[in-house]
Design a protein around this ligand. Sequence first.
Ligand SMILES: Cc1cc2nc3c(=O)[nH]c(=O)nc-3n(C[C@H](O)[C@H](O)[C@H](O)COP(=O)(O)OP(=O)(O)OC[C@H]3O[C@@H](n4cnc5c(N)ncnc54)[C@H](O)[C@@H]3O)c2cc1C
Length: 409
Amino acid sequence: MDLHAGNLYWPTTGPKLHHYPPLRKNVRKQVAIIGGGMSGAIIGYMLSRHGISACLIERGEIAGGSTSANTGLLQYSNDIMLHELIDQIGEHQAVRFYKACRSAVNQLYQIASELPRNTALYRRSSLLYADTEQHLPKLKKEYRTLRLYGFDTEYLSADDLYLRFPFRKPGAIMTRGDAEVNPYLFVQTLVEQAVRQGMEVHEHTEAVTHKSRGGLHRLETADGAVIDADHVVYAIGYEPEELRGKLIKAQLNRSFAAVTAPQRNLSAWPGNCLIWDTADPYFYLRTTPDGRVVIGGLDENNRIPVKSEPLRNKRIHRLHEQLQQLFPMLDAPLEYSWSATFGISRDNLPFIGTDPGWPGVFYCLGYGGNGSVYSMIAANLLLFAIRSEHHPVADIVKLDRPSIVQIHN
Ligand SMILES: Cc1cc2nc3c(=O)[nH]c(=O)nc-3n(C[C@H](O)[C@H](O)[C@H](O)COP(=O)(O)OP(=O)(O)OC[C@H]3O[C@@H](n4cnc5c(N)ncnc54)[C@H](O)[C@@H]3O)c2cc1C
């Protein structure tokens, strides 16, 4: 399945770091990881750091899937606001989940600081503005809820906002503790480091069958090689066809993103913060270290990325107009634009955890705008699962959680 179409930006920011050979022999590991995107890379890095032997296989190339279309925002605030999540799963669990997301952003920052290469992971604040007056009450409620549970948040009235930003909106909240990253470089560097820590990696290696007997799992690749492992991790992004409807109650949409040429001057953009709005679907934007602006949004209920350039450009033009309304002085033209499949789960939470009917099989499917943060949480949960320990967040994201079991596809 083609996960994106168009002219991607991240792969142009540097050469592919390494080519990994296809798997040609049989191997025996503690863990087999299927998928070499953000999820597989973070998991592989964490496992190898803890001395757990692992083999990662990727059907295409490392970071070539949804990860290269990812716009690189690392936020602890979710597509579902904290007060809405409290209504959905209760105060205790919702706050616990938001705190886990905040810790995951911190952990990603810590990991990046230990890597041998700068992966453009920088701390950023996030500005969430009300798109319309009607959205103000829910924005204010979110502000009060975040404050109540100790999240570093500030409310900006329309006038406060206009003092700092060149646009007028009914109100906004500024949260501190988020980050941005170059996802393509980050994932390649994580995999490179995981290999140094002992992980085995094979590109152009597709898992085609998976059987198990007596607690041992056997994967066979399209080329006939075999991986025997105690645990298998499915980090296959939006492609778990055989699971959809059964365990994975999700909707696949398509989204759009674009990147401008470097702007002459970004001084009108306080702190290079991440910006998003309360619209549905939301519009979001960030800057890059070389002065570009990344814009995204306009999600549509169709999983196939728009391949036709004229049709894609129509949507991209609308995104660009939204940028120009906010920052009229940022007049550099667009240089890159793409359309990509984007999955959202039916209860706005990721699918992470052990298959309820198949011991030793672990899923890391980070649906939603916070996919990278969820991948970090998944790596932590997997380490607990391997040690047969129960992680405090496990019940919130497990595949057979009540909020998902009740949904009929
Ligand atoms: C336009 C857009 C913007 C986004 N922006 C953000 C953002 O700002 N922040 C954020 O956190 N998230 C964002 N996301 C979501 C993000 O892209 C994903 O959550 C994350 O990057 C996906 O990583 P992944 O490893 O789960 O999936 P992928 O990167 O898709 O990796 C899965 C890999 O599995 C491989 N695979 C599948 N089946 C097999 C098999 N049988 N054998 C071997 N390999 C296999 C695929 O080839 C693929 O490379 C965005 C997504 C889109 C589309």
